[in-house]
Design a protein around this ligand. Structure first.
Ligand code: ZN
Length: 133
């Protein structure tokens, strides 16, 4: 894996979280994007080499809404950049990690993504992401 690409943070409201994070990071939100298949609205900030992704649920039954109901707002996942997501998924599966999907799917910010089950990573939700070229 190349680097931490972004850190995902679950929030109840982007309208409240975006100005807070702009103040915190001292940088403007450069993009918001609805990811319909994930039922989330996202907002991105650049912090040097890395990014912060805020996630707001668009659906009370969506994964982010369920996460917040269970654990509250806060750190949701860590995303690592990879060059070849299919090869990395196969490597991790062979190494005994549980993938949350069989095929990479389209995520926010022009990425192919795949999540690893937190039960196989000692409680951390890990996302793999590869830039769509
Ligand atoms: Zn993410």
């Amino acid at each position: 894996m190349n680097k931490v690409e972004h850190i995902g943070i679950a929030v109840e409201s982007l309208a409240e979280a975006i100005p807070l994070y702009e103040k915190l990071l001292n940088t403007p939100c450069y993009k918001t994007e609805l990811v319909e298949n994930e039922r989330v609205n996202t907002a991105f900030f650049k912090t040097g080499e890395n990014k912060v992704e805020l996630l707001e649920s668009t659906d009370p039954d969506g994964v982010i809404a369920k996460f917040i109901a269970k654990k509250g707002q806060g750190l949701h996942h860590i995303a690592f950049e990879v060059d070849d997501i299919v090869a990395e998924m196969s490597r991790l599966q062979q190494a005994g990690f549980t993938l949350l999907q069989e095929e990479p799917k389209k995520g926010a910010d022009n990425k192919l993504i795949c999540f690893l089950h937190p039960q196989s990573t000692q409680g951390v939700l890990i996302e793999l992401c590869q830039e769509i070229r």
